[in-house]
Design a protein around this ligand. Sequence first.
Ligand code: LLP
Length: 463
Amino acid sequence: MSRSAHPAGPRHADVLPEGHYTAPAADLNVLDPKVWAQTVTRTASGSVSVGGIDVATLAEEFGTPAYFVDETDFRARARAWRTAFGHDADVFYAGKAFLSRAVVRWLDEEGLNLDVCSGGELTTALSAGMPAERIAFHGNNKSVEEITKAIEVGVGRIVLDSFQEIVRVAHIAQSLGKRQRVQIRVTVGVEAHTHEFIATAHEDQKFGIALADGQAAEAVRRALTLDGLELIGIHSHIGSQIFDMAGFEVAARRVVSLLAQVRDEHGVELPEIDLGGGLGIAYTSDDDPREPHEIAKALGEIVTRECEAAKLRTPRISVEPGRAIVGPTAFTLYEVGTVKPLEGLRTYVSVDGGMSDNIRTALYDAEYSVALVSRTSDAEPMLVRVVGKHCESGDIVVKDAFLPSDLAPGDLIAVPATGAYCRSMASNYNHALRPPVVAVRDGEARVIVRRETEEDLLRLDVG
Ligand code: LLP
Protein backbone atom coordinates (compact mmCIF):
# COMPACT_ATOMS: atom_id res chain seq x y z
CA MET A 1 0.00 0.00 0.00
CA SER A 2 1.43 3.36 -0.92
CA ARG A 3 0.68 6.48 1.05
CA SER A 4 0.34 9.74 -0.77
CA ALA A 5 2.07 12.76 0.64
CA HIS A 6 -0.09 15.59 1.91
CA PRO A 7 0.66 19.07 3.14
CA ALA A 8 1.07 19.38 6.89
CA GLY A 9 -1.92 21.58 7.60
CA PRO A 10 -3.22 22.49 11.00
CA ARG A 11 -4.97 19.12 11.36
CA HIS A 12 -1.89 17.12 10.43
CA ALA A 13 -2.05 14.93 13.53
CA ASP A 14 -5.72 14.06 13.20
CA VAL A 15 -6.38 10.34 13.45
CA LEU A 16 -10.18 10.34 13.33
CA PRO A 17 -12.65 12.01 11.01
CA GLU A 18 -14.13 15.29 12.06
CA GLY A 19 -17.09 15.47 14.36
CA HIS A 20 -16.90 12.01 15.93
CA TYR A 21 -16.85 13.41 19.44
CA THR A 22 -20.09 13.96 21.25
CA ALA A 23 -21.21 17.08 23.06
CA PRO A 24 -19.73 17.79 26.49
CA ALA A 25 -21.43 16.26 29.50
CA ALA A 26 -23.84 18.60 31.25
CA ASP A 27 -21.54 18.87 34.26
CA LEU A 28 -17.86 18.07 33.77
CA ASN A 29 -17.42 17.65 37.54
CA VAL A 30 -19.62 14.56 37.61
CA LEU A 31 -17.74 11.26 37.38
CA ASP A 32 -19.59 8.61 35.39
CA PRO A 33 -19.49 5.38 37.47
CA LYS A 34 -19.44 3.44 34.21
CA VAL A 35 -15.88 4.46 33.45
CA TRP A 36 -14.44 5.07 36.93
CA ALA A 37 -13.37 2.43 39.46
CA GLN A 38 -15.84 1.56 42.20
CA THR A 39 -14.45 3.62 45.08
CA VAL A 40 -13.58 6.71 43.04
CA THR A 41 -15.65 9.63 44.22
CA ARG A 42 -15.61 13.42 44.35
CA THR A 43 -15.11 14.60 47.91
CA ALA A 44 -16.73 17.55 49.62
CA SER A 45 -13.64 19.66 49.00
CA GLY A 46 -14.07 19.13 45.24
CA SER A 47 -11.11 16.89 44.60
CA VAL A 48 -11.38 13.22 43.74
CA SER A 49 -10.46 10.29 45.97
CA VAL A 50 -9.97 6.56 45.46
CA GLY A 51 -10.11 4.02 48.27
CA GLY A 52 -10.68 6.95 50.59
CA ILE A 53 -7.46 8.79 49.65
CA ASP A 54 -7.41 12.15 47.90
CA VAL A 55 -5.60 12.28 44.54
CA ALA A 56 -3.57 15.29 45.68
CA THR A 57 -2.23 13.22 48.58
CA LEU A 58 -1.49 10.35 46.23
CA ALA A 59 0.28 12.64 43.76
CA GLU A 60 2.37 14.10 46.54
CA GLU A 61 3.37 10.70 47.90
CA PHE A 62 3.84 8.74 44.68
CA GLY A 63 4.39 11.41 42.03
CA THR A 64 2.88 11.61 38.55
CA PRO A 65 2.31 10.04 36.15
CA ALA A 66 1.15 7.00 38.09
CA TYR A 67 -1.44 4.28 37.77
CA PHE A 68 -3.75 3.84 40.75
CA VAL A 69 -5.61 0.56 41.00
CA ASP A 70 -8.68 0.23 43.18
CA GLU A 71 -8.04 -3.11 44.91
CA THR A 72 -11.60 -3.32 46.22
CA ASP A 73 -12.93 -2.99 42.69
CA PHE A 74 -10.43 -5.49 41.27
CA ARG A 75 -11.39 -8.09 43.85
CA ALA A 76 -15.10 -7.42 43.33
CA ARG A 77 -14.82 -7.87 39.57
CA ALA A 78 -12.71 -11.02 39.91
CA ARG A 79 -15.27 -12.40 42.38
CA ALA A 80 -18.17 -11.46 40.10
CA TRP A 81 -16.64 -13.47 37.25
CA ARG A 82 -15.88 -16.39 39.55
CA THR A 83 -19.41 -16.40 41.00
CA ALA A 84 -21.08 -15.93 37.62
CA PHE A 85 -19.35 -18.99 36.16
CA GLY A 86 -19.86 -21.12 39.28
CA HIS A 87 -18.28 -24.48 40.00
CA ASP A 88 -18.84 -26.02 36.59
CA ALA A 89 -16.58 -23.57 34.81
CA ASP A 90 -13.17 -22.00 35.25
CA VAL A 91 -12.12 -18.37 34.99
CA PHE A 92 -8.54 -17.78 33.88
CA TYR A 93 -7.51 -14.13 34.29
CA ALA A 94 -5.44 -13.13 31.23
CA GLY A 95 -2.22 -11.86 32.76
CA LYS A 96 -1.20 -9.96 29.62
CA ALA A 97 -3.72 -7.25 30.52
CA PHE A 98 -1.72 -6.48 33.67
CA LEU A 99 0.29 -8.77 35.89
CA SER A 100 2.16 -8.22 39.12
CA ARG A 101 2.74 -10.40 42.15
CA ALA A 102 0.12 -8.56 44.19
CA VAL A 103 -2.42 -9.17 41.42
CA VAL A 104 -1.53 -12.87 41.36
CA ARG A 105 -2.23 -13.05 45.11
CA TRP A 106 -5.57 -11.26 44.74
CA LEU A 107 -6.56 -13.72 42.00
CA ASP A 108 -5.45 -16.69 44.04
CA GLU A 109 -7.42 -15.46 47.06
CA GLU A 110 -10.52 -14.83 44.92
CA GLY A 111 -10.36 -18.34 43.41
CA LEU A 112 -9.39 -17.45 39.85
CA ASN A 113 -6.93 -19.27 37.63
CA LEU A 114 -4.33 -17.56 35.47
CA ASP A 115 -3.51 -17.45 31.77
CA VAL A 116 0.13 -16.61 31.02
CA CYS A 117 1.71 -16.22 27.60
CA SER A 118 5.44 -15.95 28.25
CA GLY A 119 8.18 -17.26 30.48
CA GLY A 120 8.20 -13.90 32.25
CA GLU A 121 4.50 -14.07 33.10
CA LEU A 122 4.93 -17.67 34.23
CA THR A 123 7.81 -16.72 36.53
CA THR A 124 5.81 -13.83 38.00
CA ALA A 125 2.84 -16.12 38.67
CA LEU A 126 4.92 -18.85 40.29
CA SER A 127 6.94 -16.43 42.39
CA ALA A 128 3.72 -15.08 43.90
CA GLY A 129 2.59 -18.58 44.80
CA MET A 130 -0.04 -19.33 42.14
CA PRO A 131 -0.31 -23.14 42.09
CA ALA A 132 1.07 -24.35 38.74
CA GLU A 133 -1.94 -26.57 38.08
CA ARG A 134 -4.11 -23.41 37.96
CA ILE A 135 -1.99 -21.87 35.20
CA ALA A 136 -2.68 -22.10 31.45
CA PHE A 137 0.27 -21.44 29.15
CA HIS A 138 -0.40 -19.68 25.83
CA GLY A 139 1.56 -18.27 22.93
CA ASN A 140 2.00 -18.80 19.19
CA ASN A 141 5.75 -19.39 19.42
CA LYS A 142 6.70 -20.66 22.85
CA SER A 143 10.40 -21.37 23.10
CA VAL A 144 11.77 -24.78 24.00
CA GLU A 145 12.96 -23.28 27.29
CA GLU A 146 9.48 -21.89 28.06
CA ILE A 147 7.79 -25.19 27.21
CA THR A 148 10.31 -27.16 29.26
CA LYS A 149 9.84 -24.94 32.29
CA ALA A 150 6.05 -25.03 32.01
CA ILE A 151 6.03 -28.82 31.89
CA GLU A 152 8.62 -29.18 34.65
CA VAL A 153 6.67 -26.98 37.07
CA GLY A 154 3.44 -28.76 36.10
CA VAL A 155 1.18 -26.12 34.53
CA GLY A 156 -2.44 -27.22 34.31
CA ARG A 157 -2.56 -26.87 30.55
CA ILE A 158 -0.56 -25.76 27.57
CA VAL A 159 -2.59 -24.34 24.71
CA LEU A 160 -1.09 -25.68 21.47
CA ASP A 161 -1.03 -23.12 18.70
CA SER A 162 0.50 -24.86 15.65
CA PHE A 163 1.28 -28.25 14.13
CA GLN A 164 4.96 -27.82 15.00
CA GLU A 165 4.07 -27.10 18.59
CA ILE A 166 2.00 -30.27 18.93
CA VAL A 167 5.08 -32.32 18.18
CA ARG A 168 7.43 -30.05 20.14
CA VAL A 169 5.41 -30.15 23.35
CA ALA A 170 4.81 -33.90 23.03
CA HIS A 171 8.51 -34.51 22.55
CA ILE A 172 9.58 -32.36 25.49
CA ALA A 173 6.95 -33.88 27.78
CA GLN A 174 7.97 -37.37 26.83
CA SER A 175 11.65 -36.65 27.37
CA LEU A 176 10.76 -35.40 30.85
CA GLY A 177 8.76 -38.56 31.49
CA LYS A 178 5.50 -36.60 31.69
CA ARG A 179 2.13 -36.48 30.00
CA GLN A 180 1.09 -32.84 29.56
CA ARG A 181 -2.53 -31.72 29.60
CA VAL A 182 -3.12 -29.64 26.46
CA GLN A 183 -5.81 -27.84 24.50
CA ILE A 184 -5.62 -27.00 20.81
CA ARG A 185 -6.31 -23.41 19.82
CA VAL A 186 -8.48 -23.21 16.75
CA THR A 187 -9.47 -20.24 14.61
CA VAL A 188 -13.15 -20.48 13.97
CA GLY A 189 -13.42 -17.95 11.16
CA VAL A 190 -15.29 -15.34 13.16
CA GLU A 191 -14.42 -11.74 12.66
CA ALA A 192 -15.18 -10.05 15.94
CA HIS A 193 -16.42 -6.49 15.83
CA THR A 194 -13.35 -4.82 17.10
CA HIS A 195 -10.29 -3.01 15.80
CA GLU A 196 -8.61 -5.01 13.05
CA PHE A 197 -5.34 -5.42 14.97
CA ILE A 198 -7.04 -7.16 17.88
CA ALA A 199 -9.45 -9.43 16.04
CA THR A 200 -7.91 -12.89 16.08
CA ALA A 201 -10.29 -15.60 14.96
CA HIS A 202 -10.49 -14.87 11.26
CA GLU A 203 -8.14 -17.21 9.47
CA ASP A 204 -5.60 -14.81 7.93
CA GLN A 205 -3.53 -14.38 11.07
CA LYS A 206 -0.76 -15.95 13.09
CA PHE A 207 -2.70 -17.56 15.94
CA GLY A 208 -4.14 -21.04 16.09
CA ILE A 209 -5.08 -23.77 13.66
CA ALA A 210 -7.97 -23.17 11.26
CA LEU A 211 -11.16 -25.17 11.55
CA ALA A 212 -11.46 -24.76 7.80
CA ASP A 213 -10.20 -27.50 5.45
CA GLY A 214 -10.18 -30.04 8.27
CA GLN A 215 -6.95 -28.64 9.70
CA ALA A 216 -8.12 -28.53 13.31
CA ALA A 217 -9.51 -32.07 13.00
CA GLU A 218 -6.12 -33.19 11.70
CA ALA A 219 -4.39 -31.45 14.63
CA VAL A 220 -6.66 -33.32 17.05
CA ARG A 221 -5.89 -36.61 15.31
CA ARG A 222 -2.15 -36.02 15.67
CA ALA A 223 -2.39 -34.92 19.30
CA LEU A 224 -4.41 -38.01 20.21
CA THR A 225 -1.68 -40.29 18.89
CA LEU A 226 1.17 -38.74 20.88
CA ASP A 227 2.04 -40.29 24.24
CA GLY A 228 3.39 -37.05 25.75
CA LEU A 229 0.02 -35.30 25.40
CA GLU A 230 -3.31 -35.59 27.16
CA LEU A 231 -5.71 -33.66 24.95
CA ILE A 232 -8.35 -32.16 27.23
CA GLY A 233 -10.12 -29.79 24.88
CA ILE A 234 -10.40 -27.08 22.26
CA HIS A 235 -9.63 -23.39 22.68
CA SER A 236 -10.99 -20.39 20.79
CA HIS A 237 -10.29 -16.70 21.32
CA ILE A 238 -12.03 -14.41 18.86
CA GLY A 239 -10.72 -10.94 19.68
CA SER A 240 -10.75 -8.19 22.25
CA GLN A 241 -12.97 -5.30 23.40
CA ILE A 242 -16.08 -7.07 22.03
CA PHE A 243 -19.61 -6.11 23.12
CA ASP A 244 -21.65 -8.30 20.82
CA MET A 245 -22.18 -11.91 21.99
CA ALA A 246 -22.95 -13.06 18.42
CA GLY A 247 -19.28 -13.78 17.69
CA PHE A 248 -19.03 -16.03 20.75
CA GLU A 249 -22.19 -17.81 19.68
CA VAL A 250 -20.77 -18.69 16.27
CA ALA A 251 -17.43 -19.66 17.83
CA ALA A 252 -19.11 -21.95 20.39
CA ARG A 253 -21.22 -23.58 17.69
CA ARG A 254 -18.18 -24.31 15.54
CA VAL A 255 -16.08 -25.59 18.45
CA VAL A 256 -18.90 -27.93 19.52
CA SER A 257 -19.22 -29.25 15.98
CA LEU A 258 -15.49 -30.08 16.08
CA LEU A 259 -16.08 -31.95 19.37
CA ALA A 260 -18.83 -33.95 17.64
CA GLN A 261 -16.54 -34.72 14.73
CA VAL A 262 -13.82 -35.90 17.14
CA ARG A 263 -16.31 -38.14 18.89
CA ASP A 264 -17.46 -39.61 15.58
CA GLU A 265 -13.95 -40.18 14.28
CA HIS A 266 -12.09 -41.26 17.40
CA GLY A 267 -14.76 -42.28 19.89
CA VAL A 268 -13.45 -39.63 22.31
CA GLU A 269 -15.52 -36.87 23.93
CA LEU A 270 -13.09 -34.09 24.80
CA PRO A 271 -14.10 -32.82 28.25
CA GLU A 272 -13.32 -29.07 28.02
CA ILE A 273 -13.72 -26.00 25.84
CA ASP A 274 -12.19 -22.59 26.40
CA LEU A 275 -13.89 -19.62 24.78
CA GLY A 276 -11.07 -17.16 25.48
CA GLY A 277 -11.37 -13.58 26.63
CA GLY A 278 -12.29 -10.41 24.79
CA LEU A 279 -15.24 -8.91 26.64
CA GLY A 280 -15.39 -5.15 26.27
CA ILE A 281 -15.38 -2.45 28.94
CA ALA A 282 -16.56 1.16 29.05
CA TYR A 283 -13.81 3.57 28.09
CA THR A 284 -16.30 6.38 27.60
CA SER A 285 -19.90 6.95 28.67
CA ASP A 286 -21.03 5.74 25.23
CA ASP A 287 -19.89 2.14 25.86
CA ASP A 288 -22.31 -0.41 27.35
CA PRO A 289 -20.52 -3.57 28.45
CA ARG A 290 -22.26 -6.75 29.62
CA GLU A 291 -22.13 -7.92 33.22
CA PRO A 292 -20.29 -11.20 33.98
CA HIS A 293 -23.51 -12.98 34.99
CA GLU A 294 -25.12 -12.11 31.64
CA ILE A 295 -22.05 -13.33 29.78
CA ALA A 296 -21.87 -16.58 31.80
CA LYS A 297 -25.56 -17.23 31.21
CA ALA A 298 -25.32 -16.54 27.48
CA LEU A 299 -22.23 -18.70 26.96
CA GLY A 300 -23.60 -21.54 29.12
CA GLU A 301 -26.85 -21.59 27.18
CA ILE A 302 -25.15 -21.57 23.79
CA VAL A 303 -22.83 -24.45 24.67
CA THR A 304 -25.56 -26.53 26.34
CA ARG A 305 -27.91 -26.05 23.40
CA GLU A 306 -25.29 -26.96 20.81
CA CYS A 307 -24.17 -30.02 22.78
CA GLU A 308 -27.73 -31.26 23.19
CA ALA A 309 -28.25 -30.92 19.46
CA ALA A 310 -25.03 -32.87 18.80
CA LYS A 311 -25.85 -35.41 21.56
CA LEU A 312 -22.61 -34.59 23.40
CA ARG A 313 -22.02 -34.33 27.12
CA THR A 314 -21.69 -30.63 27.91
CA PRO A 315 -17.97 -29.93 28.32
CA ARG A 316 -16.52 -27.91 31.18
CA ILE A 317 -16.25 -24.30 29.98
CA SER A 318 -13.43 -21.91 30.71
CA VAL A 319 -13.02 -18.25 29.86
CA GLU A 320 -10.05 -15.87 29.94
CA PRO A 321 -11.11 -12.31 30.70
CA GLY A 322 -8.26 -9.84 31.12
CA ARG A 323 -9.48 -6.36 30.27
CA ALA A 324 -12.96 -6.94 31.73
CA ILE A 325 -11.45 -7.58 35.16
CA VAL A 326 -8.57 -5.14 35.46
CA GLY A 327 -9.39 -2.49 32.86
CA PRO A 328 -12.00 -0.49 34.76
CA THR A 329 -10.20 -0.75 38.11
CA ALA A 330 -7.41 1.74 37.46
CA PHE A 331 -6.83 5.29 36.30
CA THR A 332 -3.69 7.15 35.28
CA LEU A 333 -3.00 10.37 37.15
CA TYR A 334 -1.13 13.10 35.27
CA GLU A 335 -0.08 16.64 36.03
CA VAL A 336 -0.84 19.25 33.40
CA GLY A 337 2.36 20.88 32.12
CA THR A 338 1.25 23.16 29.30
CA VAL A 339 -2.05 24.31 27.83
CA LYS A 340 -2.00 25.48 24.20
CA PRO A 341 -5.25 26.85 22.76
CA LEU A 342 -5.61 26.80 18.97
CA GLU A 343 -8.35 29.22 18.08
CA GLY A 344 -11.28 27.50 16.35
CA LEU A 345 -9.63 24.06 16.57
CA ARG A 346 -8.93 22.62 19.98
CA THR A 347 -6.70 23.05 23.00
CA TYR A 348 -3.67 20.84 23.43
CA VAL A 349 -3.11 19.80 27.03
CA SER A 350 0.36 18.34 27.60
CA VAL A 351 0.82 15.96 30.50
CA ASP A 352 3.89 14.46 32.13
CA GLY A 353 3.40 10.99 30.54
CA GLY A 354 2.08 9.94 27.16
CA MET A 355 2.44 7.11 24.67
CA SER A 356 5.04 5.45 26.92
CA ASP A 357 2.37 4.79 29.59
CA ASN A 358 -0.59 4.42 27.23
CA ILE A 359 0.18 3.32 23.67
CA ARG A 360 -3.42 2.26 22.98
CA THR A 361 -4.59 5.56 21.54
CA ALA A 362 -1.73 5.72 19.05
CA LEU A 363 -1.90 2.01 18.24
CA TYR A 364 -5.62 1.32 17.99
CA ASP A 365 -7.28 4.76 17.79
CA ALA A 366 -8.58 3.86 21.26
CA GLU A 367 -10.98 6.28 22.91
CA TYR A 368 -10.57 7.44 26.50
CA SER A 369 -12.25 9.85 28.87
CA VAL A 370 -10.52 12.39 31.08
CA ALA A 371 -11.45 14.54 34.06
CA LEU A 372 -10.00 17.34 36.13
CA VAL A 373 -9.57 15.66 39.51
CA SER A 374 -7.68 18.05 41.78
CA ARG A 375 -10.60 20.49 41.99
CA THR A 376 -14.01 21.24 40.57
CA SER A 377 -14.61 23.97 38.04
CA ASP A 378 -17.63 25.84 36.74
CA ALA A 379 -15.77 27.20 33.71
CA GLU A 380 -17.13 26.54 30.22
CA PRO A 381 -16.14 23.21 28.64
CA MET A 382 -13.36 23.35 26.06
CA LEU A 383 -12.51 20.71 23.47
CA VAL A 384 -9.11 19.29 24.32
CA ARG A 385 -6.62 16.78 23.05
CA VAL A 386 -4.54 15.34 25.88
CA VAL A 387 -1.02 14.70 24.63
CA GLY A 388 2.18 13.40 26.17
CA LYS A 389 5.73 14.67 26.30
CA HIS A 390 7.21 12.39 23.63
CA CYS A 391 8.80 13.47 20.39
CA GLU A 392 6.00 12.66 18.00
CA SER A 393 2.76 14.29 17.02
CA GLY A 394 0.96 10.93 17.36
CA ASP A 395 1.75 10.95 21.08
CA ILE A 396 -1.90 11.29 22.06
CA VAL A 397 -3.49 10.00 25.27
CA VAL A 398 -7.06 11.24 24.76
CA LYS A 399 -7.97 12.31 21.24
CA ASP A 400 -11.02 14.43 21.89
CA ALA A 401 -12.62 15.23 25.20
CA PHE A 402 -13.89 18.20 27.14
CA LEU A 403 -12.20 19.78 30.14
CA PRO A 404 -13.00 23.06 31.90
CA SER A 405 -11.57 26.07 30.09
CA ASP A 406 -9.79 27.35 33.21
CA LEU A 407 -7.49 24.29 33.17
CA ALA A 408 -3.97 25.37 34.06
CA PRO A 409 -0.47 23.98 34.56
CA GLY A 410 -0.28 22.17 37.88
CA ASP A 411 -3.83 20.81 37.71
CA LEU A 412 -4.17 17.04 38.09
CA ILE A 413 -6.16 15.22 35.46
CA ALA A 414 -6.98 11.52 35.38
CA VAL A 415 -7.73 9.09 32.56
CA PRO A 416 -10.00 6.25 33.73
CA ALA A 417 -10.11 2.63 32.55
CA THR A 418 -6.36 2.31 32.08
CA GLY A 419 -5.97 -0.90 34.09
CA ALA A 420 -5.60 -3.15 31.05
CA TYR A 421 -2.88 -3.01 28.40
CA CYS A 422 -1.40 0.29 29.60
CA ARG A 423 1.30 -0.57 32.15
CA SER A 424 1.68 -3.97 30.51
CA MET A 425 2.43 -2.31 27.15
CA ALA A 426 4.40 0.61 28.58
CA SER A 427 7.77 1.45 27.07
CA ASN A 428 10.89 3.43 27.80
CA TYR A 429 10.53 5.50 24.63
CA ASN A 430 12.64 8.65 24.93
CA HIS A 431 14.05 6.98 28.04
CA ALA A 432 10.86 7.68 29.90
CA LEU A 433 10.72 6.05 33.32
CA ARG A 434 7.73 3.73 33.44
CA PRO A 435 5.24 4.87 36.09
CA PRO A 436 4.46 2.96 39.27
CA VAL A 437 1.30 1.01 39.95
CA VAL A 438 -0.14 1.87 43.33
CA ALA A 439 -2.88 -0.24 44.90
CA VAL A 440 -5.37 1.68 47.02
CA ARG A 441 -7.78 0.06 49.45
CA ASP A 442 -9.61 1.22 52.58
CA GLY A 443 -7.55 4.33 53.14
CA GLU A 444 -4.20 2.67 52.46
CA ALA A 445 -2.04 3.01 49.39
CA ARG A 446 0.91 0.78 48.57
CA VAL A 447 3.21 0.52 45.59
CA ILE A 448 2.84 -2.85 43.84
CA VAL A 449 5.12 -2.01 40.91
CA ARG A 450 7.59 0.75 41.67
CA ARG A 451 8.48 3.64 39.38
CA GLU A 452 11.51 3.07 37.20
CA THR A 453 14.53 5.14 38.03
CA GLU A 454 17.42 6.48 36.01
CA GLU A 455 19.53 3.85 37.75
CA ASP A 456 17.27 1.17 36.25
CA LEU A 457 17.95 2.61 32.78
CA LEU A 458 21.70 2.74 33.33
CA ARG A 459 21.77 -0.77 34.80
CA LEU A 460 20.58 -2.22 31.47
CA ASP A 461 22.91 -0.01 29.45
CA VAL A 462 26.17 -1.82 30.13
CA GLY A 463 28.32 0.66 28.25
N1 LLP B 1 -7.04 -15.19 25.93
C1 LLP B 1 -6.22 -15.09 24.88
C2 LLP B 1 -5.77 -16.31 24.21
C3 LLP B 1 -5.82 -13.83 24.42
O1 LLP B 1 -5.02 -13.75 23.37
C4 LLP B 1 -6.27 -12.68 25.08
C5 LLP B 1 -5.87 -11.35 24.64
C6 LLP B 1 -7.10 -12.82 26.19
C7 LLP B 1 -7.48 -14.09 26.60
C8 LLP B 1 -7.62 -11.65 26.99
O2 LLP B 1 -8.38 -10.77 26.24
P1 LLP B 1 -9.17 -9.60 26.98
O3 LLP B 1 -10.26 -10.23 27.82
O4 LLP B 1 -8.20 -8.85 27.82
O5 LLP B 1 -9.71 -8.77 25.88
N2 LLP B 1 -3.35 -4.99 23.49
C9 LLP B 1 -4.72 -5.02 23.01
C10 LLP B 1 -5.42 -6.28 23.40
C11 LLP B 1 -4.68 -7.54 22.97
C12 LLP B 1 -5.37 -8.76 23.44
C13 LLP B 1 -4.49 -9.94 23.25
N3 LLP B 1 -5.05 -11.17 23.69
C14 LLP B 1 -5.44 -3.80 23.55
O6 LLP B 1 -4.82 -3.00 24.25
O7 LLP B 1 -6.62 -3.59 23.27
